[in-house]
Design a protein around this ligand. Sequence first.
Ligand code: SAM
Length: 295
Amino acid sequence: MNRATAERRSPRTAPAERVRRRLAAQAGEAVAREMPSGYQRMGRVLLLRLPATLRPYYPLLGEAWRAELGIATVLVRAGPVEGELRRPSVEIVAGTETETQVVEHGVVYRFDAARILFAQGNRAERQRAGRLVQPGETVVDLFAGIGYFAVPAARTGPATRVLAVEKNPASFAYLLANARANGVADRIDARLGDNREVSLPPGEADRVFLGYLPSSVPWVERAVSLVRAAGGWLHVHAVADARTARAHAEAAVAATLDRLGAERLAPLRSREVKPYGPGRTHVVVDARIRAGSVR
Ligand SMILES: C[S@@+](CC[C@H](N)C(=O)[O-])C[C@H]1O[C@@H](n2cnc3c(N)ncnc32)[C@H](O)[C@@H]1O
């Protein structure tokens, strides 16, 4: 084995560097320098962001990543996440199987990585969702997806009942599958449809998750109507300018609560979830409230 091959195979060398060396051997150092070192591994599927200049090398890169990580499929992001249903736009560059499974903090998430967004940066927030929930709570997730928050709420909390609304049929099918896979199907009441139209019981929720970006503030009114008369929590997600994101999101939630006449039972609190593009931050505002004149 020559030195270059030995180095490429060394377990101490990061996988991205080993792939970069394979590319350099085939296409030259100048091309290889364009390869980003970042990647998102979702079980046996890998998602890459590559510059268009590397397009001629996608097949080579796909096979190189597959070999280095021992995974099934390599996807390349082809465009922005699309529309209200947050569909990713991806191209398959190696392999065929896009269904995968990720295990986080004991929670199993199954999904089709080519059709469904699984935001790596929300990992801590998914875990927090489970920890926030107190045993016996009734929880509503207005944007349930594949069960990002609903499954940890039912499993870790554990909530007695999670009403989980999801509009995208593909995500909804995985929401049902994940409820079963995590042994909480009896506690997750999944509803397929638009949360503006799906019938939900007013005044029964201890907690409502509003995990929609760029902003779930327009859904605060609906969420307030779902909270118990004694009070409950809203977790309102939004994206804002990174310099003022938390203050901006808190002000938006406060203004909406004030307009609705909802009472704040504790000062609003917020936290940064992840960077969200250049100069933007994804934040979540926790609001303990009681409905006022909104009822
Ligand atoms: C991308 S997920 C949220 C991400 C998630 N919180 C995480 O941890 O990664 C948002 C979900 O809301 C769903 N959705 C968007 N608008 C909706 C609506 N009006 N009613 C019900 N579901 C909706 C989308 O289909 C999507 O599955």
